[in-house]
Structure formats: C-alpha cells, structure tokens
Design a protein around this ligand. Structure first.
Ligand SMILES: Nc1ncnc2c1ncn2[C@@H]1O[C@H](COP(=O)(O)OP(=O)(O)OP(=O)(O)O)[C@@H](O)[C@H]1O
Ligand SMILES: [Mg+2]
Length: 321
C-alpha cells in the first residue's frame, strides 16, 4: 500500500478548477517530485494531503488515514514545509525549534535536546542563537525544514523547498533532503525546477492544469522524448518561420537561441536540414544531444515550465478553461 494516495481529487476555488481529477501515489521511503508550472495545482495538492484544504471530490489518504474523516491522524504522521517560511523572526533559530518542541509536549529538556540535534543536523549550529530575522534565504529554508522535523514525521511535504535559493544553498538543502530519505522519511516535494526533480526524486509526477499528465522515473520521462534531441541555433529573425516550416513534420519546442525537435532516428537531422534549406533558412549551429527534463516538459505540455514566477499572485493567470 502506498503511504500517500490521491485518487481522482477535485478542488475548485470559485470559478478556478485547481485540481481536476488528480491521482498520485507515493511509496514508503521514497521521494516523489510533483513537477509543474505556476498555477498547476501543486500547493493545492499538498494542502489537500496536509488537511489544510478539503477536496470537493475524490479521496486522499496518508498512511491509510483519510484526510477528511481522520484529519487528526493524518496530522500526527506528517510534517509540512510550506512555500513561504513560517518562522518567528523575533526568536533565535534555537528558540523557534524549542517553541515547536514545547507545543508538541516534548517537555523543556526534551525540546532543547531535539532542537540541538536538529540544529546540528541541518548545518545551523553556528547560527543557533541568532535571531532568524537576519537569516539568509537558504538558512531560513533549512530552519523551516528543521521545524517540520521536530515531531519526527513519517511523511514530509515540501512545497517548493528551494525556490529563490542560490545554487550553493540549493545543493545544501538537497543534501538534507537526501539524508532524510536515508532515514526512512517519505517525501513529497513540489518544484518548478526540472533539475531538482531529476536530482532528488525517485519518481516524478508532472502536473499541469490540475491533473497528472505524466508519471515515471526521470529516465522514463526522458525516454518519452525519444533517444535524443536535435537542437538548432537560429538567427532571431528566422525562428518563427523555421518553427512554422518544421511544425509540419516535427514537434517543435522553442529555446532561448532557436528550437529543438525530438530526433526519432538519424533521419531526423537530414530531414530538418532539408526542410530548412528548402525554406531558405540557414541555422547558425545544429547538434544532437540527450534530452533534459525540460524537453520532456515541453513535449508534454507545449511549454509553460519556463514562465516567469508571479511571486505576489500565485496562479493569477487564472483558469485556462
Ligand atoms: N485559496 C484560493 N483561492 C482562490 N484561488 C486559489 C486558491 N488557492 C489556489 N487557487 C488557484 O488554484 C490554482 C492552482 O493554485 P496552486 O497554488 O495550487 O498552484 P501551484 O502549482 O502551487 O502554483 P505556484 O507554482 O505558483 O505555487 C491557481 O489558479 C490558483 O490561483
Ligand atoms: Mg504553489
């Protein structure tokens, strides 16, 4: 039995149909990455599983407990690190952790002991007695994660754990997440970063407009694009025309400097060059490379993963239906 299960879950907010029949499973002791662009429904899915939002239809279970009928039981086995850190900035890192320990009735000594252990574990021991108001983004995320671990949850939900972090802080956080999995913690994380899902997740569910559009290991998803990708670097003024010409026989994905098409076999390269030549377009460069998860996402959705984040109004783009 999967430790986390979503079965055909629907949830609307007014006119916005945020989840449209989302199904998802996470096996015990694994990391599943929920990958999708802004507004895909990632936070809503996490909120349903953490009992913060009720599903309109469908079922959601954590460790066999139904989120609607047994929310207390669900809460007793989970930890949540939300998209926006929930720390008291007037307190030090240690005080934040002790506070949670006391709320969890660990007792004064127990709470202090657990706090010290987690500060050490999450690389925060040196800054333990500084107020968190002065912490960097990466330190805040690590402390937020540490706070979620005070209760030793069996299942941890991480909503965009590294959004906005620099590469070093991101790598540090990845190490922490991997260490938690090594301890047997089951983790569902949401991310907009294909690389993050690729690095961390045992399995990846790609979601778009409230439903899963693909599921598998990173390797399986990459295989869906085919063996390799044909990458064309094109002068800016020829890109639209080239996309139009190639769209007749290929799945075209725009890139920063040109476009890519899946390379089904060795014939693709020749066919592409011939079609461009016939249209009088000369590529600046052409290469075959292994597909990335970005290619997978574009192949599945027709774009969207690279859309600029909208920090203030998540999903303000509204309901596409
Ligand atoms: N409380 C709410 N009230 C109204 N609309 C909401 C609410 N929560 C979510 N939505 C809408 O539901 C859709 C899905 O939002 P959700 O926050 O789940 O997406 P997300 O994948 O987490 O996006 P992001 O990457 O921006 O965090 C969006 O269109 C959003 O505006
Ligand atoms: Mg979100």
């Amino acid at each position: 039995m999967s430790i986390v299960e979503l079965e055909d879950v629907h949830r609307s907010f007014g006119r916005v149909h945020a989840l449209r029949g989302l199904s998802l499973r996470v096996e015990r002791g694994t990391i599943v990455g929920l990958l999708g662009p802004n507004g895909a429904g990632k936070t809503t899915a996490v909120n349903v599983l953490t009992t913060l939002v009720r599903p309109d239809a469908g079922t959601a279970r954590v460790a066999g407990h139904d989120v609607v009928r047994e929310p207390g039981r669900v809460r007793s086995v989970i930890g949540l690190t939300g998209q926006f850190a929930a720390l008291d900035d007037g307190l030090t890192a240690r005080e934040n952790l002790v506070l949670f320990g006391r709320l969890l009735k660990l007792g004064r000594a127990g709470a202090r002991e657990r706090a010290a252990e987690l500060l050490d574990r999450f690389g925060l021991a040196a800054d333990a007695d500084r107020r968190t108001g002065g912490f960097s983004g990466g330190m805040r995320r690590r402390l937020d994660l540490a706070v979620s671990m005070v209760a030793r949850p069996a299942v941890l939900f991480l909503d965009e754990p590294t959004t906005g972090l620099d590469p070093t802080s991101r790598a540090l956080l990845w190490d922490v997440v991997r260490a938690l999995r090594a301890d047997g913690v089951t983790i569902l994380l949401t991310t907009q970063y294909l690389q993050e899902a690729d690095e961390l997740a045992d399995r990846i569910a790609v979601i778009d407009h409230g439903r899963a559009i693909a599921e598998g290991t990173a390797g399986e998803l990459k295989a869906r694009v085919g063996g390799s990708v044909c990458h064309l670097v094109l002068p800016a003024e020829t890109r639209d025309r080239a996309a139009e010409v190639l769209a007749a026989g290929h799945q075209v994905t725009p890139t920063d400097d040109g476009l890519t098409v899946p390379a089904a076999g060795s014939g693709t390269l020749t066919a592409v060059l011939r079609a461009l030549d016939a249209a009088g377009i000369e590529p600046a460069d052409i290469a075959l490379r292994r597909p990335t998860l970005d290619d997978v996402f574009f192949a599945l959705t027709g774009g969207g993963a690279d859309a600029a984040p909208e920090p203030a109004a998540a999903g303000a783009a509204g309901d596409p239906a």
